[in-house]
Write a protein that binds this ligand. Structure first.
Ligand SMILES: [Zn+2]
Length: 375
């Protein structure tokens, strides 16, 4: 893909935002299921020397960007800002936001109110929970924001990608629906004029490669478009689905155009146990066909790593490498070949990938694969 800049001008230099700050890594590492993983991911990526640029930019939501770039400035570190209560409430219920941000609930013993908001089992309340939620949402919103400003072609938020959190409930390690918040934000972005000159509203494609179905994201935008209209948001989830496997919902089943609940903009491709790079190579033709038909201006790519070989789930046997169908190859196809601005989430610390060294290595490997060829 070329860069797509002011007034839709195509240029050969892509500008990439990497969302990170000490505060983000610190807050993200508090997550009980992923203790210290964020710090590990960022430190591995920092070992590439990509994050030590003296010209660190700061383009949080609401801040203008006027910085100019030279040909070597492919990658920029962008420091995120905390999401505001108002921003969180663009999706979440106010009661949930108030409860989760209240410091007195941050280390709360389990109570009936905690249960009501899903704060139990794999989502226990924890010290720093409010800051964590605001920081993760703020990071992903910052990644969306710099794309909207036309400042960057690709933005990477390794700490985002929480695709199970509901309006008023935490679920499956996800306390905040940052993917949904980012999509809602991108709905207000301008379409890319050179590629889609007649389009009035931007189209956003959400592609989820995590082992688990993107239930909250898919349900949020399910049948959200008026009848016979093209939806502003298309979701396509590639995941494993079988009886008893989380999350259990009819939308996780293979989409059936003849089915009564079919929505052409809410698509599921469920893959069986043992799915490998060969499987992904085969189904990628479908993914590409969906993209070609929809022609998104923006792609939000959630690449959870819990389908990789070696992950404790042990369901898929997906390889991370560069060969056709491997994870790096799939991500590369989206970033390098699709004519859209791309928001990349979860290379090891978002919605999936519960095995820290594996997930951290995946984040590192993805970034190596992408940037070392670009720099
Ligand atoms: Zn997952």
């Amino acid at each position: 893909m070329n860069g797509i800049h002011e007034a839709g001008l195509l240029c050969s230099q892509r500008l990439v935002a990497y969302i990170v700050s000490q505060e983000l890594a610190k807050a993200s590492s508090l997550l009980p299921s992923n203790k210290n993983r964020s710090a590990l991911v960022h430190s591995l990526i920092g070992s590439l020397g990509l994050l030590s640029s003296p010209s660190v930019s700061n383009h949080g939501p609401g801040k203008s960007t006027s910085e100019s770039y030279n040909n070597k400035d492919v990658l920029r570190v962008v420091r995120p800002r905390l999401a505001s209560v108002q921003q969180l409430c663009l999706y979440h219920d106010r009661d949930y936001v108030d409860f989760i941000l209240n410091p007195s609930n941050n280390g709360a013993k389990l109570s009936s109110q905690c249960s009501y908001f899903g704060l139990e089992d794999d989502c226990p309340p924890f010290q720093g929970m409010g800051e964590y939620v605001q920081m993760i949402a703020g990071a992903t919103l910052s990644a969306a924001h710099v794309l909207k400003l036309n400042t960057f072609d690709v933005s990477i938020c390794w700490d985002g990608g929480r695709h199970h959190a509901q309006k008023s409930r935490s679920a499956r390690f996800c306390y905040v629906a940052d993917c949904i918040l980012a999509i809602l934000s991108l709905k207000k972005a301008s379409p890319l004029p050179l590629l889609n000159p007649a389009r009035e509203k931007a189209r956003i494609m959400y592609l989820d490669l995590d082992l688990h179905f993107s239930d909250a994201v898919s349900e949020c935008f399910y049948k959200s478009a008026p009848c016979n209209a093209v939806s502003q948001v298309l979701t396509l989830s590639l995941h494993h689905s079988s009886p008893g496997f989380y999350p259990s919902t009819p939308l996780a089943d293979l989409s059936d155009p003849a089915g009564p609940g079919f929505d052409p903009f809410t698509l599921s491709l469920s893959l069986k146990q043992g799915a490998s790079s060969k499987t992904f190579e085969r189904v990628w033709a479908i993914v590409s066909a969906v993209k070609d038909a929809y022609r998104p201006d923006y792609v939000v790519l959630q690449c959870g790593t819990d389908g990789l070989a070696g992950d404790p789930h042990g369901v898929w046997n997906w390889s991370i490498g560069e060969a056709k169908g491997d994870m790096n190859w799939c991500v590369g196809e989206v970033i390098n070949k699709w004519d859209a601005k791309v928001l990349l989430l979860d290379g090891g610390d978002g919605g999936g990938g519960y095995d820290s060294p594996n997930a951290a290595g995946a984040g590192h490997s993805l970034l190596c694969s992408f940037f070392l060829s670009a720099l």
